[in-house]
Design a protein around this ligand. Structure first.
Ligand SMILES: Nc1ncnc2c1ncn2[C@@H]1O[C@H](COP(=O)(O)OP(=O)(O)OP(=O)(O)O)[C@@H](O)[C@H]1O
Length: 252
């Protein structure tokens, strides 16, 4: 395995007294697309949100264990949350563009970071929309409201908005489950292109999607990591009986 860009050790997360992750250890190699799968409620989203400290926004959450991003403990005192969330971006299930133009959506994070020079913004907006595979569809209409786009296009604009701030890791929480099959397959194509340059970690309920596009798969059950390995290997020869049952659709 190439060096881990994110290394999680013995992660326990509780909401109040309800512990929902019971000590998960998982290392993510740089440049891989890793799928997190498992039945509803097993803790996949909680795990994903811990990786860029989105759970901090939830009241009453208790997090133990360590998460290192490029060797640094992200929960250490004095850790810079804004920098962390630029380096580890998040794309959600429902595309959530801001009620602005396509251009302003993608430029948003850059402006927040203090960039104002028009030429520079133009260049980064174009680069990000190209990487998100939507430039050709929107290049003549960048002033159009992002809300007027189709669901799949909105999701690609949301991906471009993340890319504009040059993250190293992108977390995706069921990024295609709210989309029609054509838009979903466009997003899958986009993700396959992006994994050349980024580390992608994706929660998905769609096992075919996991087997089509991920390099590694992690199977969660009841707050524990049951099995983690190369996707091909895991789908062909799961080590645990319960993994085999899940992957074959016998529960979940
Ligand atoms: N903000 C919260 N406050 C309290 N409990 C929560 C919160 N978020 C999640 N939980 C609980 O934590 C457990 C794990 O939820 P989580 O959303 O992480 O699972 P999941 O595997 O992503 O589920 P799904 O596939 O349905 O999205 C569930 O029992 C859920 O009810």
């Amino acid at each position: 395995m190439s060096e881990a860009i994110i290394d999680v050790k013995d992660l326990k997360v509780a909401y109040g007294k309800n512990e929902v992750l019971h000590g998960v250890s998982l290392a993510f190699p740089a440049g891989d697309l890793v799928a997190l799968v498992g039945p509803s409620g097993c803790g996949k989203s909680t795990f994903l949100r811990s990786l860029n400290r989105m759970n901090d926004e939830v009241g009453n959450v208790n997090i133990q264990g360590t998460i290192k991003f490029k060797g640094q403990d992200i929960y250490a005192d004095g850790s810079d949350l804004v920098a962390l969330r630029s380096a580890i971006g998040m794309v959600f299930q429902q595309p959530v563009p801001f009620p602005f133009s396509i251009y302003d959506n993608v430029a948003y994070g850059l402006r927040v970071a203090g960039y104002t020079e028009r030429e520079y913004l133009d260049q980064r907006v174009e680069e990000s929309l190209r990487q998100a595979a939507i430039w050709d569809e929107v290049k003549d209409d960048l002033k159009k409201s992002a809300l007027a786009l189709s669901g799949g296009q909105q999701q690609r604009v949301c991906i471009a908005r993340q890319l504009a701030v040059r993250p190293q890791v992108i977390l995706l929480d069921e990024p295609t489950s709210a989309l029609d099959p054509i838009s979903s397959s466009e997003i899958e194509e986009t993700l396959l292109t992006l994994k050349r340059d980024y580390t992608l970690i994706m929660v998905t309920h769609n096992l075919q999607q996991a087997s089509r596009i991920s390099d590694r798969t992690a199977f969660f059950l009841n707050g524990n990591l049951v099995e983690y390995g190369r996707t091909e290997e895991m789908f062909l020869r799961p080590q645990q009986e319960v993994t085999s049952e899940y992957l074959n659709g016998r529960f979940g």
